[in-house]
Design a protein around this ligand. Structure first.
Ligand SMILES: CCCCCCC/C=C/C(=O)SCCNC(=O)CCNC(=O)[C@H](O)C(C)(C)COP(=O)(O)OP(=O)(O)OC[C@H]1O[C@@H](n2cnc3c(N)ncnc32)[C@H](O)[C@@H]1OP(=O)(O)O
Length: 636
C-alpha cells in the first residue's frame, strides 16, 4: 500500500500504491505511518519525498471504505506527525491531490507539482467538510478568502493556479518525483519551522534586553573605538522605558560615565512620571546602566537604536556578535535601512529582525516588525510578541527602503514640495510641520547618500531634475541654511526656541521661495484644495498599492494601521487605502492618470498596475484586494 526505498543514498521515497488513485485506505494510512517512522529514525535519511504510483498523487479518503467502520490509524494525528517531523518532507504531486490527498500535501514542508496536476478540496460535493486539517492549513497558506472559495466550491485548481496562490513551491514539466528528490536534497540544511503551515511559531520568552543608542555626535569617535562610545539617545531612552514598565530587565548602554549619569536620570525621571500617572511604583530595580558591552553577554535580546548610519550599525552588529550568547536575538530600530544587510554581518542572520519604533517610543503606539528574508519565524514571532507585551500596535512588514510607512511618505512629501514650488505657500501644512518635527536633516542625508544632492551634484545641470525625474531642491536649500526643523528652532517654520513646537510662518522662507521661483521663471498660481489633496493623498495610496504588489505589506489593512497609529492619518478616514476605496478606485485612477499626464517626469504619479487591475476587476472592496495580489511574503 506504500513502497519505501532509499534513493540518492539519503532520501526516503514513499510511494503510495493503492490503485486507481492511491486513496487513503486504512492500509495506506498504516503504510505511511510505518514508512515515516523508518525515515525519521534512520540516520542515513536526511529528507523524505512522498509521491503516488501511476501518475496520481492521492485522490483523498478511500470512498470504498466510507460505508464501514473506521479502521486503521486515524488520518489527523498521522498528518500532524509528518508536519512535526524533524526531516524535510516534499510532496511530489502528479495527477490529483484531492481531499485528504491535498491535506497530505499540505502537511509536507514543500510541494512540487507536475504542470498537469490538479488540486482541490472536493469534500463539499460529498456533503462534508475537509476534516484532516485543510480548513486550518489552507487559510494560513493562502489567506481566508481564497481558501474559503476553494473549500466551499470544491473547485479543482491547476498546478499553475496553485503556484500563483502560493500552495505549491514549484511546477515542473518533468517527472515530479525526480524533481522533488533533488529539491529535498537542497532542503536538508534549511530551517523547517516556517514551513510547517499549521504551527504558529512560538515566540521566545524575553526576560532581559539591552538597548543601545549612539548619538550622532559620537559617530566620529565611534569609528575609532566601537566598544566604548555608545550613548543612549532619544529612541533608546523611550525603548528602555517601554521595556522596564512591562517588567523586563533592561541594560542601557552608554558611552562614558558623564553620559551614563545623564541617561540614567532621564530614564528614571520618565519612569517615575509614568508610574505616578498610572498609580503604580516605578520599576527602577529592573534598570542597569553600563559603559561596557561585556555586560550584554547574557541578555536574551538587544535592541540597537544607534544613529541612522549603515556603516555604524554594521560595526555595532559585528561587535555584538562577538559579545552576546549565540542565541541572543538582535533587533534594529532602523527606520528604513536594509535589515538583511545588517543580518549579513552577524554570526546569526536568522536571529536578526527590525523593530521600528516611532518617536517618542514610550508614547507612540506603532511598531513595524521588519521581516528580513533570513529572519526566522521564531525571531519574528518573538519581536511581535515583545511588541504586544509593550502595548504596541504591531504590523509585520517586508524589508525594503523605508519599509511601509516611510516608503509611502516619499511620494507624499515629494508632491507637497512640488506643490510648494508651483503654487503659493498657503495650503494645509501637515507635511511641512511634520517634517520640521521629524528633522529635515534626516531626509537630506538620505538624498545625499542616494546621490540626489550634495557637493558632487551639479544642481543646474539639468536644473530641477535628478536621475531622470523631477526633483525639487528647495528642501536642500532650507537644510543648507542650518534649518533642520524644531530642533534648531528654524525649518519650514520658525519656532520661539530650539525644540519649540509653536510654528509660525517665517518671512525668510517666503523670500527664499520668491527668489527661487524668479530664478527658474516659475509663475506661482493658486492651487485648489482638491488638487493638493489629490496629488498628495493619491500619490501616497498609489505607493501603498505598489507595496502590496511587492509583498512588503500583507494586506491593505496593515498599511492603514501603520498610517493611523504612526503617521497621524485622520482616524475617521480609515487610513490611505481605505480612503482610496471610499473615494472610489476609478476616481483615484482617473485623477492619477490626469496628474501623471501633466507631470510625466514624476513616476510616483503613474498609476500602479495593481490599482489598474482592481479597477478592471470592478473595484472590489478593500478586504478582497488580497485575492488580486500575486506576491506574498512568506512571513507576513
Ligand atoms: C476514513 C478516514 C479518513 C478521514 C478522511 C478525512 C477527510 C478526507 C476526506 C476525503 O478525502 S473525501 C474524498 C475526496 N476525494 C474525492 O472526492 C475524489 C473523487 N474522485 C474524483 O473526483 C475522480 O474520480 C478523480 C480522482 C478526479 C478521477 O477522475 P477520472 O474522471 O479520471 O476517473 P473516475 O472514473 O472518476 O475514477 C477512476 C476510478 O477511481 C476511483 N476513485 C476515484 N476517487 C476515489 C477515491 N477517493 N477513493 C476510492 N476510489 C476512487 C473511481 O471510483 C474509479 O474507479 P472505477 O470505477 O474505475 O473502479
Amino acid at each position: 500500500m506504500a513502497r519505501y526505498e532509499l534513493v540518492k543514498r539519503s532520501v526516503a521515497l514513499i510511494t503510495l500504491t493503492n490503485p486507481p488513485v492511491n486513496a487513503l485506505s486504512s492500509a495506506v494510512r498504516h503504510a505511511i505511518a510505518k514508512s515515516m517512522e523508518c525515515a525519521l529514525s534512520d540516520p542515513k535519511v536526511t529528507a523524505v519525498v512522498i509521491c503516488g504510483e501511476n501518475g496520481s498523487f492521492c485522490g483523498g479518503a478511500d470512498i470504498r471504505e466510507f460505508a464501514g467502520p473506521l479502521k486503521g490509524p486515524p488520518l489527523v494525528p498521522l498528518l500532524d506527525a509528518i508536519e512535526a517531523g524533524e526531516k524535510p518532507v516534499v510532496a511530489a504531486i502528479e495527477g490529483v491531490a484531492l481531499g485528504g490527498g491535498f491535506e497530505l500535501a499540505l502537511v509536507c514542508h514543500y510541494r512540487i507539482a507536475h504542470s498537469k496536476a490538479r488540486l482541490g478540496l472536493p469534500e463539499v460535493t460529498l456533503g462534508i467538510l475537509p476534516a484532516a486539517g485543510g480548513t486550518q492549513r489552507l487559510p494560513r497558506l493562502i489567506g481566508i478568502s481564497a481558501a474559503l472559495e476553494l473549500i466551499t466550491t470544491g473547485r479543482h485548481i491547476s498546478a499553475q493556479e496553485a503556484l500563483k496562490l502560493g500552495i505549491v513551491d514549484q511546477v515542473t514539466e518533468q517527472n515530479a518525483c525526480e524533481v522533488a528528490v533533488e529539491f529535498a536534497l537542497r532542503a536538508v540544511a534549511k530551517p523547517l519551522l516556517s514551513r510547517r503551515v499549521s504551527m504558529p511559531c512560538k515566540p521566545r520568552e524575553i526576560r532581559s534586553a539591552a538597548v543601545m543608542g549612539i548619538k550622532r555626535e559620537c559617530l566620529h569617535g565611534h569609528e575609532q573605538d566601537l566598544g566604548m562610545v555608545p550613548s543612549l539617545g532619544t529612541m533608546g531612552r523611550g525603548i528602555a522605558v517601554c521595556l522596564a514598565r512591562v517588567g523586563i530587565s533592561v541594560i542601557a548602554v552608554e558611552s562614558e560615565n558623564k553620559l551614563l549619569e545623564t541617561g540614567r536620570q532621564m530614564v528614571i525621571g520618565m519612569l517615575e512620571r509614568d508610574a505616578k500617572r498610572r498609580g503604580v511604583s516605578a520599576s527602577l530595580n529592573l534598570l542597569k546602566f553600563t559603559i561596557s558591552l561585556q555586560d550584554l553577554k547574557d541578555v536574551n535580546l538587544v535592541i540597537e537604536a544607534v544613529f541612522e548610519d549603515m556603516a555604524l550599525k554594521k560595526r555595532v552588529f559585528q561587535e555584538l556578535s562577538k559579545v552576546c550568547r549565540p542565541a541572543t536575538l538582535f533587533c534594529t530600530n532602523t527606520s528604513g535601512l536594509d535589515v538583511d544587510a545588517l543580518a549579513g554581518v552577524t554570526d546569526r542572520p536568522h536571529l536578526v529582525v527590525g523593530m521600528h519604533f516611532f518617536s517618542p517610543a514610550h508614547v507612540m503606539k506603532l511598531l513595524e516588525v521588519v521581516c528580513g528574508p533570513r529572519s526566522s519565524s521564531e525571531t519574528i514571532a518573538t519581536a511581535m510578541s515583545l511588541g504586544k507585551r509593550m502595548g504596541k500596535v504591531r504590523v509585520a512588514v517586508g524589508n525594503c527602503p523605508g519599509f511601509v510607512g516611510n516608503r509611502m511618505l516619499k511620494p507624499y512629501i515629494d508632491q507637497a514640495t512640488f506643490l510648494l514650488e508651483e503654487g503659493d505657500f498657503g495650503f494645509a501644512m501637515g507635511v511641512f510641520r511634520m517634517s520640521d518635527l521629524a528633522g529635515l536633516d534626516v531626509g537630506w542625508r538620505v538624498w545625499k547618500e542616494s546621490g540626489l544632492t550634495g557637493s558632487d551634484v551639479d544642481p543646474e545641470n539639468p536644473p530641477r531634475r535628478r536621475q531622470g525625474r523631477r526633483y525639487c531642491p528647495i528642501p536642500d536649500m532650507v537644510c543648507e541654511k542650518g534649518r533642520f526643523g524644531q530642533k534648531t528652532g528654524r525649518g519650514w517654520y520658525m519656532y520661539d526656541k530650539r525644540g519649540g513646537t509653536n510654528a509660525k510662518p517665517d518671512p525668510l522662507i517666503q523670500i527664499l521661495l520668491e527668489t527661487y521661483r524668479s530664478k527658474y521663471g516659475i509663475q506661482p498660481h493658486n492651487i485648489s484644495n482638491q488638487e493638493i489633496i489629490e496629488r498628495c493623498l493619491f500619490a501616497l495610496a498609489n505607493e501603498g498599492f505598489r507595496i502590496l504588489e511587492d509583498g512588503i505589506a500583507a494586506r491593505p489593512e496593515d498599511i492603514d494601521v501603520i498610517y493611523l497609529f504612526g503617521y497621524g492619518f485622520p482616524r475617521h478616514r480609515g487610513g490611505p487605502m481605505f480612503y482610496a476605496s471610499m473615494v472610489g478606485l476609478e476616481r483615484v485612477l482617473e485623477r492619477l492618470e490626469h496628474y501623471h499626464q501633466a507631470h510625466p517626469d514624476v513616476p510616483h504619479l503613474k498609476p500602479s498596475p495593481l490599482l489598474k487591475k482592481l479597477v478592471a476587476c470592478g473595484s472590489p472592496p478593500v478586504q478582497k484586494w488580497r485575492e488580486h495580489i500575486k506576491t506574498m511574503h512568506s512571513h507576513l
